[in-house]
Design a protein around this ligand. Structure first.
Ligand code: HAM
Length: 440
């Protein structure tokens, strides 16, 4: 028997025993809420392929990053190099440039929901195929775009009632600022090199900013006196940072400035932020993002295109919701189960079920010619509030007996009034709209 690859998972129907992840209705609910909040903010959906050219991702995210160095799923086919997208920002910018979306006028506000792939070591909250939702605001250099992105992100979690989150904010300045800072950091750590872990020594040589991420206590203490990135940031970036903070204050969005916050992707300029939840353990980041004004040029655009965005992990949102005891809406059940006794009734019921479905009801029937007892067991299991039993007598009388499953109460309904009756029941006893209630 085959098994799914470690770090991936199946999303199964509700009620499946032993499922490692929430069932499909919970995923639909998350996606519905995300879409609703995105729409409120005026974002339009964009869907890009799971497969992209490897060079796009390498150039977009940055050659020195962990993602590009060791976490990409890549393969060659003919002369071309393909990658399963590890994130969606570079693909969205590719699509923006390729389709000249800027020519639609104004700021392009785009959102997405979909799978991403990173060859990381699987653990709680960390997968090889995971799912992100996120937004990209392309064409706006103003600090309001940064603040709107943060507000949008915060409001998604708010919509789920998740308040125990922590927003960290920093400014990463521009690449020349970071270059000078990298040098300062390297100089600062040089005398301590022997005290550093092997990983940190390697980072010091290859990507010193990653040292700020260290989880080793001794190294964290050293960092307390290390130079601060913000002191190397140019005046424009600093002013922008002040404006972003001002807008966040204005919206009363709490945040903490964290001079040690760096992100795992190299395309950022100026604003960077991360949203954390204490409920997640080691993989504490629910979402992250920032401004990436130079990405378009890195992907071949003739001029800079200012942009800012965020992305969030759906699996981590689930973990946080679980910890908060979130109530997912009840799983949708069928409106009615149609049971048949005898061949003629089976023929009638099979057709009647289709008529009910065409009228907008969710109707279930037996597909295996089972006994009435087995059919009623199935009716119970389906969770449908009503069951209709049709046999020879009902066919003769042209009337069905509709059983209310919760109370056991039975109501006689003429066949041609069945659709209207069931629609009315679903609407909570209100007469259904006449046109939908036509029995066919
Ligand atoms: P990121 O921080 O790499 O940013 O990923 C965003 C979120 O995706 C993380 O906060 C986390 O919740 C989730 N995530 C990342 N890797 C995994 C994994 N292996 N398993 C489960 N969840 C994961 C980006 O991807 C940027 N594109 C964000 C952005 C958008 N910046 C500007 N626009």
């Amino acid at each position: 028997m085959f098994q799914n690859i470690p770090g991936t998972f199946d999303v199964l129907p509700a009620g499946t025993e032993g499922a490692s992840m929430p069932a499909s209705p919970a995923w639909q609910h998350i996606e519905d809420v995300v879409r609703k909040v995105m729409r409120r903010y005026g974002f339009e959906e964009i869907r890009t392929p799971a497969l992209e050219p490897t060079a796009l991702v390498a150039r977009g995210i940055g050659q020195a990053t962990d993602i590009v160095q060791k976490e990409m799923f890549t393969f060659e086919q003919g002369d071309a190099g393909y990658v399963l997208r590890p994130e969606v920002t570079a693909p969205v910018m590719r699509a923006y440039l390729q389709h000249h979306l800027g020519q639609r006028g104004g700021v392009q506000k785009l959102f997405y929901v979909g799978p991403c792939f990173r060859a990381e070591k699987p653990q709680k909250g960390r997968f090889r195929q995971f799912h992100q939702f996120g937004s990209e605001t392309i064409g706006a250099a103003d600090a309001r775009a940064d603040a709107e992105t943060v507000a949008l992100m915060a409001d998604v979690y708010r919509e789920f009632g998740l308040r125990q989150t922590r927003l960290r904010l920093n400014s990463l300045g521009s690449p020349p600022d970071r270059k000078r800072y990298r040098q300062a950091l390297t100089d600062y750590f040089a005398p301590y090199e022997n005290e550093l872990s092997e990983t940190s020594r390697r980072r010091l040589r290859q990507n010193p900013l990653r040292l700020l991420d260290t989880k080793i206590e001794h190294e964290q203490r050293l960092l307390e006196d290390a130079p601060r990135l913000l002191d190397f940031v140019d005046d424009g970036s600093r002013a922008h940072y002040d404006e972003v903070k001002g807008w966040l204050d204005h919206l009363e969005i709490p945040f903490e400035e964290d001079p040690l916050l760096v992100r795992g992707l190299d395309y950022y300029t100026r604003t960077a932020f991360e949203l954390e939840s204490g409920a997640l353990g080691a993989q504490s980041a629910l979402a992250g993002g920032g401004r990436y004004d130079l990405l378009a040029e890195a992907l071949g655009a003739d001029e800079p295109v200012p942009a800012v965005g965020f992305a969030a992990g759906i699996e981590r949102l689930f973990l946080a919701l679980e910890a908060a005891g979130y109530d997912f809406p009840p799983d949708p059940a069928a409106d009615v189960f149609l049971a048949a006794i005898g061949e003629e009734a089976e023929r009638f019921v099979f057709e009647k079920a289709r008529a009910l479905r065409r009228a907008g009801l969710s109707a279930e029937t037996d597909l295996m010619g089972r006994s009435l007892k087995a059919q009623m067991r199935e009716a119970n299991r389906s969770g449908a509030p009503h069951a209709v039993i049709i046999g020879g007598n009902e066919l003769e009388a042209g009337r069905a007996s509709v059983k209310h499953m919760a109370t056991g109460e039975q109501t006689e309904v003429a066949f041609d009034g069945l659709t209207a009756f069931l629609l009315e029941q679903r609407a909570g006893g209100q007469p259904a709209e006449a046109e939908a209630a036509q029995d066919t």
